[in-house]
Design a protein around this ligand. Structure first.
Ligand code: HEM
Length: 170
């Protein structure tokens, strides 16, 4: 004789409070980890921006990268917003309780992601090459920027972030 299998629909469902309690560590662990990961490029980018507006030359190669100042500034600003705001999109509680914020941030992040990839590609192709640049590094940068733009485009299309004010990511 086989043991009867209980119908999952008749089993008690977790309450909203139980779900919130289970997600509590993820609410701060994921954004904290992602913000920590972003710190090095964000600090390096800030030092470069400070240098471009007349600050001391702390980051090497200033003259070379200043050959494309608009692309470089756009790259650094969009990468900074993408990394820091993007980190909070992965907090389950924030996503659930502040859906309007999550959707608005999603639209900003799509723009910043595309700008990051586009300016990254531009810098790869049009900056004078550094001593350490090789053909392989250039090829990797081209592949990564196309992959990043494609991923951002696919996520945006799937969530409706770029087109519909009602059905943003979520
Ligand atoms: C999408 C792919 C990306 C490509 C192809 C790319 C490419 C580049 C290139 C070619 C430069 C000029 C650096 C040089 O030649 O010395 C640059 C600068 C920079 N990138 Fe990216 N990048 C990409 C994504 C990112 C991401 C995701 C971050 C941060 C997490 C980032 C952070 C920076 C920073 C901070 C600088 C300024 C460095 C400096 O001023 O010396 N980039 N990027």
């Amino acid at each position: 004789m086989s043991t009867p299998v209980p119908d999952p629909r008749s089993m008690p469902q977790p309450t909203a409070r139980t779900v919130a309690r289970r997600c509590a560590p993820a609410n701060w662990l994921i954004p904290t980890g992602l913000v920590l990961l972003s710190l090095v490029p964000v600090v390096a980018g800030s030092l470069r921006l400070a240098e471009l507006v007349g600050g001391p030359p702390i980051v090497p190669d200033g003259d070379r990268v200043a050959a494309a100042p608009v692309a470089l500034v756009t790259h650094i600003v969009s990468v900074t917003v993408f990394s820091l705001v993007g980190a909070f999109q992965f907090a389950p509680g924030l996503r659930r309780r502040h859906r309007a914020w999550h959707r608005a941030a999603g639209r900003v992040l799509v723009t910043c992601g595309l700008l990051t990839a586009g300016t990254g590609l531009w810098l790869t192709l049009f900056l004078p090459p550094a001593a350490v640049d090789s053909e392989l590094l250039v090829a990797i940068r081209v592949v990564v920027s196309v992959a990043m733009a494609t991923c951002v485009g696919v996520v945006s299309a799937r969530s409706g972030a770029a087109t519909s004010p009602r059905t943003g990511p979520g």
